[in-house]
Design a protein around this ligand. Structure first.
Ligand code: FMN
Length: 252
């Protein structure tokens, strides 16, 4: 077992998550959805392992915005770190919030970045082109960072053509994007998070299925509770996965 930091809070957290995810993978699950979640987990873990072989931990960061997909990614990443020999006290992560963030999402990010021991660099309210500037600044201030885990899935607006390991596009600050959860379907993400019993952002309990900013995100109309105006089913009840972004305004 790793020689130092055995009882650091981060290592304890990683060990707990590792045990939980291993138990899930070993379980003789009965439903098709949980079987597919098991295979998605194995696939994602293999991509994260590959990243950990290719890059020293000090050169890895995580794009974290408090959403369900990056939460899923974070849990898998932490579980694999349980046997890493040299864990820092906290892990590099970067947040580039939308121009008009939800206070609820902010609060969730605060709470979870502390709970999961993230050292979160936050860049405030960028214009769309400000995202490049934010990454350029992040890399300039953190020159060891070479690769960033991103929770993009295939069905996201920009997810169609991505590979698990993909350098940023021309014209973007240069780093490797690592996409371990590309192939997860909407229902699988929820099945996993609910099986794990972890806290997720409460907006998902109120019918939001995709989190943007306050100016471009409303609860998903497909989840509206009949006869109870302004009330919604939780995000995980959405059956038509093609409607995940039905609460996003303006195609964002
Ligand atoms: N967009 C690009 O066009 N090329 C890139 O190389 C690129 N790299 C990104 C790397 C990271 C870590 C993140 C978080 C975003 C990157 N983006 C890049 C922007 C995303 O494709 C997307 O436009 C942005 O995250 C906004 O997503 P949304 O429209 O779903 O809110």
């Amino acid at each position: 077992h790793p020689e130092n930091g055995d009882s650091s809070p981060l290592r304890t957290l990683c060990a707990d998550l590792h045990a939980k995810i291993e138990a899930f993978l070993q379980e003789d699950v009965k439903t098709e959805i949980l079987k597919s979640v098991q295979s998605q987990c194995r696939h994602s873990l293999s991509i994260i392992s590959e990243a950990l072989e290719k890059y020293p931990l000090t050169s890895l960061s995580l794009s974290y915005n408090g959403g369900k997909d990056c939460l899923l990614l974070l849990l898998l990443y932490l579980s694999l770190l349980s046997t890493h020999p040299h864990l820092p006290p906290s892990l590099p992560a970067i947040l580039i919030p939308p121009a008009h963030p939800f206070p609820t999402v902010d609060a969730f990010i605060q709470k979870t970045s502390s709970h999961y021991h993230l050292s979160l660099s936050r860049y405030t309210a960028p214009s769309p082109s400000g995202m490049k500037a934010a990454f350029a600044s992040y890399l300039a201030h953190n020159p060891s960072i070479q690769a960033i885990f991103v929770g993009t899935r295939r069905t996201d607006p920009h997810g169609g053509e991505l590979k698990p390991f993909e350098m940023t596009d021309r014209g973007w600050p240069s780093f490797m994007r690592v996409h371990p959860v590309l192939e997860w379907r909407y229902s699988e993400v929820w099945a996993f998070l609910r099986w794990m019993g972890v806290e997720y952002c409460e907006l998902y309990e109120r019918g939001f299925t995709s989190l943007g900013g306050t100016n471009d995100t409303v609860p998903n109309p497909r989840l509206s509770l009949e006869g109870a105006e302004g009330r919604y089913w939780p995000a995980w009840m959405l059956e038509d996965e093609g409607e995940e972004r039905a609460g996003r305004i303006g195609g964002g």
